[in-house]
Design a protein around this ligand. Structure first.
Ligand SMILES: CC(C)(COP(=O)(O)OP(=O)(O)OC[C@H]1O[C@@H](n2cnc3c(N)ncnc32)[C@H](O)[C@@H]1OP(=O)(O)O)[C@@H](O)C(=O)NCCC(=O)NCCS
Length: 202
């Protein structure tokens, strides 16, 4: 566990706003994670209880307080609507590594939002933390997520055989990794407010 709080950033990319979650996001978050199509390749079943959203929001606050990551709500700039979220979590200051995750409403799939928001968050994370490696795991059937990772420059490093069992369905996962020296910036500086740290990345 890191010992320094990490303020969740507010960022802007070309079409999207990335900001800390608010309690008012609970209903949209629950709608997203209770959607069976969205959760098809998730490592757990769709949410059934609204308290799951409350717990998710509490976890967002906790990881900011203990400095182990940042999860951001992603909103469309044109209308402010919640379209999904992405997060850099499991920050390990000893290994200088973290994990990437994201989830978007199926109504907006295929518009590049996952890639655009993850790119902005990774730009922030590489600038803010002395992060050397980011890892992501993806169900081998989740071609869209694998494609997002590959567009971001992640390298497929291996297969975790029978990694998940969800509702008695056994699935394999691919492990993807991205190293600092491989990171290709968007070239468009995301506007950042309330930066949490000023330490210089190594
Ligand atoms: C995976 C997910 C985040 C992708 O979001 P998105 O906003 O549609 O992603 P993007 O538009 O940035 O990129 C998707 C890419 O996958 C491609 N794609 C989509 N479905 C595909 C399929 N069945 N086979 C191959 N490629 C596919 C798209 O064409 C696009 O690639 P392109 O830009 O080269 O055309 C979204 O589907 C999602 O939230 N799914 C549910 C949650 C989830 O699975 N999260 C990831 C867990 S590891």
């Amino acid at each position: 566990m890191a010992d320094v709080p990490l303020a969740t950033p507010t960022l802007t990319s070309a079409r999207l706003g990335l900001r800390p979650f608010r309690d008012a996001d609970g209903d949209a978050l629950f709608a997203l994670h209770s959607n069976g199509a969205v959760m098809r390749y998730w490592d757990g079943p769709p949410w059934r209880e609204t308290q799951r959203a409350t717990r998710f929001l509490a976890t967002c606050r906790r990881i900011a307080e203990d400095g182990t990551g940042a999860r951001v709500a992603v909103v469309r700039l044109t209308d402010g609507s919640f379209v999904g979220w992405c997060g850099v979590t499991r920050w390990n200051a000893d290994y200088r590594s973290a994990s990437l995750g994201y989830c978007f409403d199926d109504a907006v799939w295929g518009q590049g939002y996952a890639t655009e928001s993850a790119r902005a968050l990774l730009d922030w994370a590489f600038d803010t933390l002395p992060m050397n490696r980011v890892q992501a795991e993806v169900d081998t059937r989740n071609a869209a997520s694998a494609r997002v990772l590959e567009k971001l420059g992640f390298v497929r490093e291996g297969t975790l055989r029978e990694d998940c069992i969800v509702n008695d369905e056994v699935s394999d996962s691919w492990v993807y990794g991205l190293l600092r020296r491989e990171w290709s910036r968007s070239g468009v500086p995301a506007s950042v407010s309330d930066p949490s740290r000023s330490e210089t990345p190594s």
